[in-house]
Design a protein around this ligand. Sequence first.
Ligand SMILES: [Zn+2]
Length: 378
Amino acid sequence: MSTLFAGISETGETRFIGDVPSGLACGCFCLSCSSRLEAKKGTVRIWHFAHVAGQERPECLAGALNLLRRLALQILSTSSPFPIPAHLEHVTDTRPHIYGRRSISKAIESRLMLASGAAITWADSFGPKALPPRTHPIGTAPLANGAQLEIFVDVRAENLGTSLGDEAAGNPNAFKLLCWCPAPKPGEVTSTKIATEYLQHALRWIWIYFPDKDGQRSAALAEVNALADEANRRLEAEESMRKQQRQGMLNSTSNTDAFEQLRRFALSPPLVTPKSVQGWSWAPDAKPHASFFLFPLKDGGAWVVYQTKAGSVRVLPWPNRWDGWDEFFPPSVALLEPNRRSLIAKDVTTVTDFIGNLRKGTFNDSDPSKLPGFPPDL
Ligand SMILES: [Zn+2]
């Protein structure tokens, strides 16, 4: 359970528990319900604020997270120039995967620029006013491509917090960038200084909505689909040739040679092995035809990363749960599942960026049985 680690002063300024004197002298109020707060700075429990009258409600804890969100906005709005991160995307073919054909994908990278002379307009984060809700942009700017940039800030633990629910809502032509930070652990953030350092370390940028304004995505999709069509035609032709061969041999079974040929043909392995429709017991949530990435590490151990049906990314220690796997990633990159069997992350890029130079290679296959170390012991 989280603790109330921040309140607001009479003038509406954010105060963390370590910033104020003990007891009622703290002079703080709950951002959510405006109750008077008492600073509890004992030696047994984690330092926290308590409501003087009545009980705190779940909204009150959300109010403390909102204060962290406001501090994040203060950091962003005072950092200059504001760096717009590049948008990376893998476009994958949408054609049928006949005869076990692998997916064909292409990486595209886009960079956005602010309109000439434009600056970001930030929501007021210093006054006593509450921030707009997390589903509203707290920073906007005109882009050089004529569209609008919208910046959202969210501090949240559940479901990785990397989605606002309906990303296309609001302005459907705006490019939407989310600055996300995981909620701190109880007792992790006790002062403005520590909160600032925590945010600077844990903030992640995620593009949550990236319209295909210049047609780059549709062009890449047309390209991979054309390649997929070509591959499908080739596979169909190969299969139809096999059928003809089979028919020809059946028609001349009186011929001993042909009969021997047919026997060999029946014993030979099939041209392509169709992928199991059940998938893999250790990866039951894998998206059909998804790529499995394997990253062996220089110091031993390895990671396998694949996309799930739900659209997030599963991160598995490979080929077993090696020592220290559960402490490898910070929660801002990948979160340990409650069953402590695997991790979940937002995207492959964030995970590979973090692994960086610690890996000694990369394998990528839509058939995990081709990966070194298969079958895993998970
Ligand atoms: Zn309250």
